[in-house]
Write a protein that binds this ligand. Structure first.
Ligand SMILES: [Zn+2]
Length: 109
């Protein structure tokens, strides 16, 4: 058996399958959190349990918050279908503050 080319589902002990290429990962930093950097990644899914993970990042971010055109680039991403991007928070508190400020609700997972 060859070295795995995709993430492994630790629960199911099976290689995950590629679900979607080019998912944006929005790294959130600060309090209240702002979009600090954006990376491209790929989404993988466990065919057995349905668990999903993001992996396969580029070495460098495609957007950094202080870039001149960062706001326009982020606006284009946020206009995409919701499964095209994922927020990543430094803390549970930051996640809750962001979701409360932007969507009016807490998010527990
Ligand atoms: Zn699984």
């Amino acid at each position: 058996m060859a070295k795995p080319a995709t993430p492994i589902c630790a629960l199911c002990e099976r290689p995950m399958v590629s679900e979607k290429h080019g998912v944006y990962v929005l790294l959130m930093a600060g309090m209240p959190p702002i979009i600090y950097e954006v990376y491209h990644s790929d989404k993988f899914r466990c065919a057995t349990c349905g668990n999903e993970v993001l992996s396969g990042y580029a070495n460098d971010p495609s957007i950094v918050h202080f870039h001149e055109d960062a706001d326009e680039q982020v606006a284009r991403i946020l206009a995409l279908p919701r499964d095209a991007y994922v927020y990543v928070f430094e803390s549970e508190e930051g996640k809750n503050v962001f979701h409360r400020n932007h969507f009016g609700l807490e998010r527990s997972c």
